[in-house]
Design a protein around this ligand. Sequence first.
Ligand code: C2E
Ligand code: MG
Ligand code: MG
Length: 648
Amino acid sequence: MRNFSFDIAAIFILLVLLFSIIFRKATTGRTNKMFLSSLFTCLISAMFEIASTILDANCKEFVEAIYFTHTGYLTFHTFQAVIYLLFVISLLDLWHKLRGRILLTIALALPYAVTFVLTVTSAFTGLVFSAENGIYTHGPLFNILYLCVVVYILATGFVVLKNRKLLSASKIMGLLMMAILCLAAAVLHMFFPQQLLENFAVSLSLFVASITVQRPEELLDTETGLYKHSAYGHDAKNSFIIGKHWHVIMLNIANYTSISSMLGYEQRVEVLKITADKIRSLNKNLGYKGKMYYLDRGRFRIVFDDKERTLAETFATLTNNELKMKFRHKGFDITLAPMIVLARCPEEIESFKSLMAFGLDFHEKNPYTGRVIQAPEIYHPDDFEVKNNINKIIERALENRSFQVYYQPIYSVEQGRFVSAEALLRLFDDEHGFISPELLITAAEKSGAIHKIGELVFEEVCKFVSSSDYKQLGLDYIEVNLSVAQCMHGDLADKILNIMREYNVSPRSINLEITETAASFSQRVMTDNLNKLLRAGIEFSLDDFGTGYSNMKRVVSLPLKIVKLDKSFVDEKENPKMWIFLQNTVKMLKDMNMEIVVEGIETKEMLDAFANLKCDFIQGYYFSKAISKNDFVNYIKDSQQKVVQNAE
Ligand code: C2E
Ligand code: MG
Ligand code: MG
């Protein structure tokens, strides 16, 4: 009698694996389902093999039962190769490649379908096997079973090889070990036909898969039980690589930080668990169609297949309604602010990098509206391209000397003419067009490029101020912005003074703008820089007054000549309380002998309002945007002519 002890061992291994899967709740998702199917196929195959072995040896008279158990064994045993391929397809998330490709699907199903039909009909034809008089023998087409297995293993090898980029080295090793184990068992079985090793080998290979390929602890977040950040990164990246179309619900809890600061660690975890449970139960109601992830800091993701657009939309709306509801937890009333963005990839978000960058902080950069947002409403691919490449863009601009300085005229209310201008950085990139100076400056401050850029702007201004063109304009000075990072640099004052000396520019012709944030820093380096420049005769403006953190004591103690009221003040002037605040601020600054520039004046009505408030200078689109040097020279000359004509 053949020895089926290995089959019994296989059944034990499979039951342990089954228990661990159910215990870890790793039963949702296609890969898990395929893995589970592999376990069951092997289990049934082993049981059929034991039954057929016992019947063959002891119950020759039960011919039907012998036919039945052998047919069962052969069909399930061969099916294991098919499941191996399906498992790999799920692991690589390639199911969409079969959608709509009927010929390919038929080609994949055909070898097994043929083998299956031949095996099942063998009781009548005897082609694959026969059990006449209860004696089991191979039929003339028995080798078709081996052929079928080889076809599926080769197909699996091909799929793995073609998509090897999507798999880590350890996973490829795991898949390879699985194949080697099964192959070794087949070879051993040829030499020792009495030893029924094959199901044992398959169960061992599934065990290998469970520790190398399937490792749930590597993928699951322990607190929420959802997939982890790394799993999301991996899946999303692969989807972009293989060109899959999919939908993602990005859920960021906008008030997560404030809720966390209110709760202790354990309660915070509890709240996350409650949120995850709510999402899970919605997913359950919709047939577990979405793959759920918890990233970190209150950020969840639910991913759907392309064909499930309506489902994704429904899910997003339901999640939004469910999570918005106030709930009570351990004496705290908790109201989450779930900010949900629904995106179709790659149509609406074109790359992995953009998806991750956008998902990081869209809830901080956009107002909370309480409704589901469609990605195109707040995601603009160009901005992201620029943001992702900003350092390269800056490097290229420095190399090609393509930074430019534009000038925005500043008007004196008292003198009725333009008396100065603000120098503003401009960059027109060949690839991306106009790049916002705010973006440029913030990135340059981080990368350190701000020092080179600052020097370049200052040199350009000094060159202009020393030119004969400028001298004809009769302007008092040019305002140049200094960023916080520049002010903190030990060499700043010397560099500025050297450039001025080189171009023979008088300190009276330059006014340096510092921001309130810079003014609130009390670092010694900065104070030294400012004092050195002040002693050299340079004057300062305080830029963006009213927007930052107002350290009034610092503002009062700095020797400032000018304060620039930020545009945000101007924008809110219709608010009666703001108007009272503005009137008093202007009065206070005037009492301190400071001059006032109002920024962002766009209409005649605004101009009159601030002129009546006795602000000294006006800057804004009402007069002109920042324009190139040549345009600026012409603009000022034209305006002077108009003044003369009006006087005549
Ligand atoms: P800022 O120094 O407060 O410059 C004023 C900004 O307001 C400029 O934006 C200007 O174009 C804009 N503006 C002026 N009038 C109006 C108006 O009537 N309506 C509107 N909507 N906007 C108006 P810009 O050129 O985009 O610069 C943004 C910021 O970038 C500047 O704010 C400044 O902080 C920084 N920046 C620009 N150039 C430089 C530079 O050379 N060095 C440094 N460190 N920072 C710079
Ligand atoms: Mg400024
Ligand atoms: Mg400003």
